[in-house]
Design a binder for this molecule. Sequence first.
Ligand SMILES: [Zn+2]
Length: 412
Amino acid sequence: MTGPLLGFNTSSMSEPLSLPAQILRDLIRCPSVTPEEGGALDVLQERLERLGFAVERRTSSAPNTPDVENLYARLGTESPNLCFAGHTDVVPVGDEAAWSAPPFGAEVRDGFMYGRGAVDMKGGIACFIAAVEERLAAGKDATGSISLLITGDEEGPAINGTRAVLEWLAEKGEVIDVCVLGEPTNPDMMGDAIKIGRRGSISGEILVHGVQGHAAYPHLADNASRGATAIAHVLMAEPYDEGTNDFQPTNLEVTSIDLDNPAFNVVPAKARLCFNVRFNDTYTADSMKAEIERRCALGAANTDLRPGRDPVKFEIEYQARPSHVFLTRDEALVDALSVAVSDVTGRKAELSTGGGTSDGRFIKDVCPVAEFGLVGQTMHQVDERVALEDLETLTAIYDRFIDTYFERAASS
Ligand SMILES: [Zn+2]
């Protein structure tokens, strides 16, 4: 944006950047769209090594997925080991022309820093590192270790990311005692919500088989759209549950119905339904699948649209691995985060399990995990941005959390 009135450089006129904002600027300027490392791990490695962390990087590979580089860094050898987990990869910028600032420019304007990953979640990583850096500068001691588990594969297939790092850490006998994940958890303002769990997620497709024929002779055919409609109906009509104390109700959405039939006068032989279900702790992944299969069989046998016919034939194919539901009941962790949030913001954070999946689903198998980060409003959007003030607030919250966690661990 240049012109006689707008030609000044807004960033040079504002205050010097805070430490978390400086770190975030360096990270945003690395174009680390999944699966590209983009220089983001180099920025972290350089900074963490300077602070005394032992930094290790490893590239993970698996068939049919891009290679991904990950980083694990640890300061100290004592236990407990408090780990911060996050991802430096970002989603694509989308329509770059629609951005009002360059997506990898880290431009500062009117109290905000713009750029892909500003809140999801390079900002969270910058704040955690700033908190540690400021603690060290102030001579604060941790009665344990502080570590970072940073992946480049959260927004992608998530096969070569956190899951791979956890396997690698297990192999070398590395123990993580507690983990805070820095995803943007606050819907509107800092202090809104701590995530203590996530619903599970399963996607799949259902192939419905009919018999092709002439639209004028339907008795000689079996229109696959009829069976597919009945199955879509039973999958979405009845509630799966009413929700639980900790979770929203389970919900399934049919996300696509395809007949791939270009001819108006041909009865289609095949229909394909895609679905995604978000399920709470009423179900395990297996019992969720069993319920889906039960409903499909019910829909297949429904004769409203196919009077006098045998149940329609169908197959279900699930996508890769399901995301398991998780809920953290570790009071020490949740309490230390809640105290930190209220000390810094004066607000009582809601303990939430809403939203999509996160890498917490992998970490929960290793240690208690909870999530707290920035305000998520602009994540994955054009003009993703973070309030500079929020960066300082989150840095203070992480600092307070580290204090509280180690104090309590030492006295228990
Ligand atoms: Zn994220």
